[in-house]
Design a protein around this ligand. Structure first.
Ligand code: FAD
Length: 410
């Protein structure tokens, strides 16, 4: 028999299947959808940010959960190796701002196409619409994979079913169920890289406003002490429920998994100016508009949509003549501009989360081979594992590196 079964036709499963086949294994890949890589197709807004061109230290730094576990996988197959792999199978690539690598064509479908061609070339047998329902354990080994229509015998299985996010792509968390049944521990799951719902009503009035060059701090309370959970400079967005955009998605991965209620997001609207510099800047603007009302004095400083909100929160009457604003009021205004604060109510759900945090406990996985320490012949790859990273191509790199190791190790 000597047959390798890969469950899941996402980036991790495909990479594993290719590597196993290149090592002369007979490989069968089971995918529940009618096509491969449904999630891969929507990555990077349809452009697929394949990886991030940095050294292994950079990959490790951007890995937020179980960084050390990834040492071996990254050193075996780093982002340069991923690019070389794709170029060799016929995908031209390019690198953009922030070292993010994309297909030259800007089409994720081209990534899927070359992967599919390579599997065909290697003789990987792909079964579509083949949803795995159960895995049968016999004397500590997985011996059979059950789907609705048939049963597959196997002696090696690579479980690459992904996480729980964007369930319409096929990632419905089946792998967690199988892993548990086979005796594995699954670390608490939670949506990651996900937008955030906030409490204050003024936030909703800013719906659609995107802020560039701001800095965001997320401040939590740990054992009665305030703690900075996250701090970064960049871009964010207001929505009808709260906040989103790159800074917020990244920040969400630093939140506790369960209770996020009451945690504060502090936005510095003018991070490049110190308090004194911003005060001087305001003074200049106020001199320029000294005979106008307060509500007509902020046009040079803030986007239009933000002005009424800042006025509302400043407690300065909008009709106040600018030359009547006191030093104290101006000071408070500076504080407000450097610390616009909203309160987290919740994270959005899995259907809006880029990744799933938590997953199969890596303590029970051999980091050099991705094999289970509990079940003979069982391997894991990709998001089903308790691994996650920042945006920028790092999550696909996790899928490719773990898929590679699992594939060469079977
Ligand atoms: C909107 C969006 C954009 C993203 N953009 C990027 C990006 O640009 N760069 C980046 O690095 N990361 C990005 N990610 C994250 C990245 O897509 C995932 O980390 C990656 O797809 C995980 O790969 P995987 O193979 O482990 O799982 P998946 O891609 O989820 O693949 C799992 C596969 O298993 C199949 N499956 C599940 N259960 C069964 C079953 N019971 N039987 C048979 N088959 C099954 C599923 O149908 C699916 O095809 C993005 C994610 C989203 C949601």
């Amino acid at each position: 028999m000597n047959q390798v079964l890969v469950i899941g036709g996402g980036p991790a499963g495909i990479m594993a299947a290719i590597m196993a086949a290149r090592n002369n294994k007979k490989v069968i890949l089971l995918e529940k959808n009618d096509k491969l890589g449904k999630k891969l197709f929507i990555t990077g807004k349809g452009r697929c940010n394949i990886t991030n061109i940095c050294d292994v230290e950079g990959l490790l730094e951007s890995t937020l959960t179980n960084r050390k576990f990834m040492y071996s996988a990254y050193y075996s197959f780093d982002s340069h190796a991923v690019i070389e792999f794709f170029e060799k199978i016929g995908l031209k690539t390019k690198v953009e701002r922030g070292n993010r690598a994309f297909p030259l064509s800007d089409k994720s479908s081209d990534v899927i196409k070359v992967l599919q061609n390579e599997m065909e070339r290697l003789g990987v047998e792909i079964f579509y619409n083949m949803e795995v329902k159960d895995m049968i354990l016999d004397q500590g080994c997985v011996t059979q994979i059950i789907t609705r229509s048939r049963t597959f015998d196997c002696d090696k299985v690579i479980l690459a079913t992904g996480g729980l996010s964007y369930a319409l792509t096929g990632s419905t968390g089946d792998g967690y169920r199988f892993a548990k049944k086979l005796g594995h521990n699954v670390v608490q799951l939670s949506p990651g890289l996900v937008p955030i719902e906030t409490k204050e009503p003024w936030v909703r009035k800013l719906q659609g406003l995107s802020l560039k060059n701001v800095s965001v701090q997320i401040i939590g309370n740990q054992k009665g002490k305030t703690k900075i959970l996250y701090e970064e400079f960049g871009e964010m967005l207001f929505t009808h429920y709260g906040v989103s955009g790159p800074l917020i998605l990244s920040g969400s991965s630093f939140l506790p998994k369960d209770n996020v209620h009451g945690i504060k997001i502090i936005i510095d609207l003018k991070p490049s100016l110190s308090i004194e510099q911003l005060d001087a800047r305001l003074l200049r603007d106020f001199q320029k508009y000294s005979r106008k009302q307060f509500c007509n004095s902020l046009d040079d400083l803030l986007p239009q949509k933000l002005i009424p909100i800042i006025i509302e929160l400043s407690n300065i009457d909008e009709a106040t003549r600018v030359d009547q604003i006191t030093k104290e009021e101006r000071k408070n205004l500076v504080q407000l501009l450097k610390g616009l604060t909203c309160t987290i109510q919740n994270k959005r759900q899995y259907n809006e989360a880029i990744i799933t945090r938590g997953g199969v406990d890596v303590k029970e996985i051999n980091p050099n081979t991705m094999s289970s320490k509990l079940v003979d012949g069982l391997y894991f790859a990709g998001e089903v594992l308790d691994l996650d990273a920042l945006t920028g191509g790092f999550n696909l790199q996790i899928a490719f590196s773990t898929g590679y190791l699992a594939g060469i190790s079977v």
